[in-house]
Ligand binder design. Structure first.
Ligand SMILES: C[S@@+](CC[C@H](N)C(=O)[O-])C[C@H]1O[C@@H](n2cnc3c(N)ncnc32)[C@H](O)[C@@H]1O
Length: 272
């Protein structure tokens, strides 16, 4: 879904949003002794290791941390970098937890997820996370809401040369998290319907500066599941079009050539 090496280099925005969410709302996290902890959509593992692991170490002694991702490549990269640590990195699809993974039903005290669940268009993830949790377990999700990348890509679904390619992945970009102005009013009842209690959704603004047009283009290029839909010789042009649209809905500083983008992030904390 993402180019692993490029993602590692270009994921500062994701890291900043997750860190700010943790700093703002970690006081609500309920920790258990010997806690069983899951990170859903861990990517190449650096957020798990740099952000989540220290938080766990400070709050839950003797815990077990499992970090999962859909992509084998991400899990291989995580194991290559962090295999020596006390973290199990496993390949697992949060929309399909039944095969081979029954041992994790009703297993986890805490389920974290950073910058992943907006990409999962099959909402079965809500039930699946619920099923993976112990009674009295708790979620802590950080999810991008309205953001310029998703807005720009959705514009290209309607106009320009790339309509037919963008349509193939529009189910990802058309997520209510990004397209609704108040996605908390949509997700809260869905989670409650699945059985979650005390669902708290906090929405906070997150600004991010792309240091140059080139940096912005490399950031867009990390979305491999989108880029690979475009014929190779047209990819640069496509990326440029997305970047130009992002500039139009952001603030461009002529002097420094920086692009100041703003978006909203949701932190969702809920009990089983
Ligand atoms: C933007 S990355 C975030 C990675 C990491 N949490 C971070 O904060 O840097 C999103 C990750 O979600 C994973 N992902 C997408 N759909 C998934 C699914 N159905 N099940 C598990 N992981 C998924 C992707 O493979 C990708 O590694």
């Amino acid at each position: 879904m993402f180019d692993v090496e490029l993602y590692k280099k270009m994921s500062q925005f994701q890291k900043l949003a997750s860190k700010n969410g943790v700093n703002a709302y970690s006081e609500f996290i309920r920790w258990s002794k010997n806690g069983k902890i899951l990170d859903v959509g861990c990517g190449e593992g650096s957020t798990t290791v740099d952000l989540l692991y220290p938080l766990i170490m400070a709050n839950s002694s003797n815990s077990e941390l499992i970090a999962m991702d859909l992509e084998e490549d991400m899990i291989s990269a995580a194991n290559a970098s962090y295999g020596h640590m006390n973290i199990d990195f496993i390949q697992m699809d949060i929309t399909n937890i039944n095969e081979n993974n029954n041992k994790y039903k009703n297993y986890f005290d805490n389920v974290f997820s950073f910058i992943c669940l907006h990409l999962v268009s099959d909402l079965i993830w809500i039930k699946n996370i619920y099923d993976l949790m112990k009674r009295d377990g708790q979620t802590f999700f950080i999810i991008p809401a309205n953001n310029p990348v998703f807005t720009a890509v959705m514009e290209l679904r309607h106009e320009g040369n790339y309509i037919e390619y963008v349509k193939k992945v529009e189910h990802v970009f058309n997520t209510p998290f990004a397209q609704l102005s108040n996605p908390e009013d949509w997700i809260k009842p869905l989670m409650e319907k699945e059985g979650f209690k005390n669902v708290k959704c906090f929405k906070f603004p997150q600004d991010f500066t792309f240091e140059s047009f080139d940096y912005l283009k490399r950031f867009i290029a990390t979305f491999q599941f989108l880029i690979k839909e475009i014929p190779t010789d047209e990819q640069d042009d496509f990326i440029e079009q997305v970047a130009n649209r992002i500039i139009r809905i952001s603030t461009f500083d002529e002097t420094t050539q920086e692009i100041h983008a703003s978006c909203f992030i949701l932190a969702i904390i809920a009990d089983k």
